[in-house]
Design a binder for this molecule. Sequence first.
Ligand code: HEM
Length: 403
Amino acid sequence: MKGLTDWINDRLPFRELAREHLTEYFAPKNFNIWYVFGSLALLVLVIQIVSGYFLLIHYQPNEDAAFDSIQTIMFDVKWGWVLRYTHTTGASMFFIVVYLHMFRGLMYGSYKKPRELLWIIGFIIYLTLMAEAYLGYVLPFGNMSFWGGKVITSIIEAVPFVGDWLVTLARGGFGIGTATLNRFMGMHVILVPLLLIALVAVHILALHKVGSNNPDGIEIKEHKGSDGKPLDGIPFHPYYTVKDIFGTCVFLTVFCAIMLYAPTVHGLFIELANYTPANPLNTPPDITPAWYLSPFYAMLRSIPNKIGGIAALGLAWILPFFLPWLDRNPVKSVRYRPVYRIMLVILALSLLVLGWIGMQPATPAMLLPGRIFLALYFLFFFALPVVSRLEPTKEVPQRVNMS
Ligand code: HEM
């Protein structure tokens, strides 16, 4: 066996790679539970690709057959319902772990120097993930797929001069039909997943170049022992692989509990209106997106002017890219920044409330709260350059805090 591994290693340096990225990759020793969500995101990406492959075997991208092919998967294909509910539950779980992963980055200032690019790549992954989820939502060709496909592609009409041409190009015709399903399937199955895999690889490469941040926001590379190893670091393998395996087991237990016992609960993980086939003559009373996209849908709707809504949405997606430069405070972690902590709570609250508003029927009563919480979201980014410069901070310890 050793002979074989030596033979392979002489031709493919897997031992060097394992050393560089696992056994001699030093991670801060004060990681907490918030540091499990990166590996969980990786796990869900694999779950989605594998379950998606098996769904694709039976799916028909045709306006007359798509809905029925999904019913075939659910009722006729052996274990087909497990495959489908794994994929639909996986979509929501992906966003849950990615939202927690991003929130951790915000809490511990992981977007700051030297991790600016890591954050930016992460945010591109998030935008790509939203596109992937939207494309998948249209494929079953239920009634909500149809109307969601129509409403969201019609946003492209707002592009000056070439808007109409672009919408037709995106849909593959004037309406939503077989050509749309073929386009969307191609992107959902190949283009966007390949992009996601490439982006995640670059994300991890960038992480391993600068090293992980930690709950204290202290750079462990600044305190090295006589052997050149960080005093506050421990090898990723076995110390964190073992923790990640434990996290994976807990996560899969929750995942399976939802997938097996409550995959349709309150239409949270799967769209209930999609149990009716697409019908161009029957507009659902409330066209609402999945929960993970709904804060942005609420932003779009809170300005009842197409261009205004799109501008608000665009700004909401652009501002996080500039976070590393908007935050001027040298202290990273929220542990030592009481004012930033309050701002972060308000930001999270505004997104949660916007998420709730986005799932409600579009009534005039929702307009004012929608605008207030949209303004609070923007306020976080616009106030940060000033507040971060003036805010009082607590003393940051020299070495990581293990308590
Ligand atoms: C498919 C989605 C993603 C995957 C698979 C992924 C994977 C990972 C992994 C494995 C880590 C190292 C472990 C950890 O720190 O938890 C990490 C770190 C990080 N990720 Fe992601 N990530 C994803 C999305 C994102 C997004 C959307 C953002 C932000 C917009 C982001 C920002 C970061 C940052 C800033 C770090 C360093 C955190 C620190 O050291 O404190 N990631 N990511």
